[in-house]
Ligand binder design. Structure first.
Ligand SMILES: Cc1ncc(COP(=O)(O)O)c(C=O)c1O
Length: 364
C-alpha cells in the first residue's frame, strides 16, 4: 500500500544536511546569536534575490505584514483592501494595525480581481494588500496603477512566493513593501519562525530596523515604542544555506507542477491557471473539484495525503465574525474554499509516486 504524505520536510533537509549542520555548528560556536553577521549577510543576499534595495529580517511573516503596514502609516480609521481567498495572517496583519480589512473577490487565477477594486474604494481606504497565493504570481500592473491613481499604499504578501516573477520582476519589488514568511514549509523556509520585509524605501527600511528592536537605534536609547521582532543568527545562517539552493529547489517545484499539468486528464478536475507573463514557484499545487471532499477521501483510501488551503475563508472565521460578513457575502471566495485541494508537491516527491498520484486523480 502506498503512503504519500501531503507534505514532508525530510528529503529537503537531507539533500543539503551537511551544509545546514555545519552552519548551525558555526553559529552555535560563534557565541553571538542575535543581530550579528549572519543576519546582515542574509539581509543583503535576500534583498538582491528579490531585486529590492533593502531587506529587514523580522520574527515571522505576520510580523512582517503588521510592522510594514503600521510603519506605512496604516492604523485605526483606515481600510485595507485584501483578497477574500488568502491565509488569515494578512487579515490579522491589517487588524493588528487597528485598520479594517475590506475583502475583494479573486479572479480565475486565485489572485485578487483588480476589476473589483473601484467598487471597494471609500474615503477611508489607505492601502491594498495583494497575496501571491500558492506561489502563483499576481499580475501587478493594475494594482500599481490603481494605488498610484488614488494615493494608496501597496503591500505584497509574498509568504508563498519567494522567487516568483511577473514580467521578469520579482515578488516583493512592486509595492511599498514586500512581506515574506520563512515558516519551515515555505519555498524559502528556516528551522523555526522567521520573516522579512523588502523595500526600496530607505526611510521605511530604517524605521523597521529601529521598530523591530524595541524602537532603539542605539542600545538602551529608545526613540519609539517598538517591539521585539528579530530574525536570529541561527535562522539567518540556515536561510543563507537554503537561499544558495533556491533556483535548484524552485526548478524542482516547477518540474513537479509540469508533470501534474501534463498528466492529469479528468473532466471533473480543474487545473490551476497561471496568469500571463508570470513565473510561478508552485508553493502548493491546487486543483479544484466540485466533489472535493469525495476526491480527498478517494485519494486517502489510496494512501495519498492532501490538504485544503484553506477550508474557512477569513471573513467566515470566528476571528472576524464582528465584521458581520455571513455566508454568501463573498460567493467566489466561498466557492474556492469548498472546491480547492492541494496535491503533494514537496521537494523530494519521486516521479514514481507522482505517477501513482496522477493515475489515482485520473481514476476518480
Ligand atoms: C500567505 C501567507 N501570509 C502570511 C503568512 C504568515 O507567516 P508566518 O507563519 O511566518 O507568520 C503565511 C504563512 O504562514 C502565509 O501563507
Amino acid at each position: 500500500m502506498h503512503s504519500i504524505p501531503s507534505n514532508t520536510l525530510h528529503p529537503l533537509f537531507e539533500r543539503h544536511q551537511k551544509e545546514y549542520e555545519q552552519k548551525a555548528l558555526d553559529v552555535l560556536r560563534s557565541g553571538f546569536y542575535i543581530m550579528g553577521e549572519e543576519l546582515a549577510a542574509f539581509e543583503k543576499e535576500f534583498a538582491a534575490y528579490c531585486g529590492a534595495k533593502y531587506c529587514v529580517g523580522v520574527a515571522s511573516g505576520l510580523d512582517a505584514l503588521w510592522i510594514a503596514m503600521h510603519l506605512l502609516g496604516i492604523g485605526a480609521g483606515n481600510e485595507v483592501i485584501v483578497q477574500g481567498n488568502t491565509f488569515i495572517a494578512g487579515v490579522m496583519g491589517i487588524s493588528k494595525t487597528g485598520a479594517t480589512p475590506v475583502f475583494a473577490e479573486p479572479d480565475g487565477h486565485f489572485a485578487m480581481d483588480p476589476s473589483r477594486l473601484e467598487a471597494l474604494l471609500t474615503p477611508r481606504t489607505k492601502a491594498v494588500l495583494v497575496t501571491h497565493l500558492y506561489g502563483m504570481m499576481t499580475p501587478m500592473e493594475p494594482f500599481v496603477s490603481f494605488c498610484e491613481k488614488h494615493g494608496l499604499r501597496l503591500i505584497e504578501d509574498c509568504a508563498q512566493a519567494h522567487g516568483a516573477k511577473y514580467g521578469g520582476k520579482s515578488a516583493g519589488s512592486f509595492g511599498d513593501a514586500g512581506c515574506f514568511s520563512f515558516y519551515p514549509t515555505k519555498n524559502l523556509g528556516c528551522f523555526g519562525d522567521g520573516g522579512a520585509i523588502v523595500t526600496d524605501d530607505k526611510t521605511l527600511a530604517e524605521k523597521i530596523r529601529i521598530f523591530r528592536n524595541y524602537g532603539s537605534e542605539k542600545k538602551y536609547y529608545n526613540s519609539v515604542a517598538g517591539t521585539n521582532s528579530r530574525l536570529d543568527e541561527l535562522q539567518a545562517g540556515l536561510l543563507r544555506v537554503r537561499l544558495g539552493h533556491m533556483d535548484e529547489l524552485n526548478d524542482e517545484k516547477n518540474r513537479i507542477a509540469g508533470r501534474y499539468f501534463a498528466g492529469i486528464r479528468n473532466r471533473k478536475i480543474l487545473l490551476p491557471s497561471p496568469a500571463e507573463d508570470t513565473e510561478n514557484v508552485w508553493h502548493q499545487f491546487v486543483i479544484r473539484c466540485e466533489e472535493r471532499d469525495r476526491l480527498q477521501q478517494f485519494l486517502a483510501d489510496r494512501g495519498i495525503g492532501t490538504m485544503i488551503h484553506y477550508p474557512v475563508p477569513p471573513h467566515l472565521s470566528g476571528a472576524y465574525a464582528h465584521l458581520g460578513l455571513g455566508p454568501g457575502s463573498l460567493p467566489v471566495t466561498e466557492r474556492l474554499a469548498d472546491t480547492v485541494l492541494s496535491l503533494p508537491s514537496f521537494i523530494g516527491l519521486t516521479e514514481e509516486d507522482q505517477t501513482y498520484i496522477i493515475d489515482a486523480v485520473n481514476a476518480f
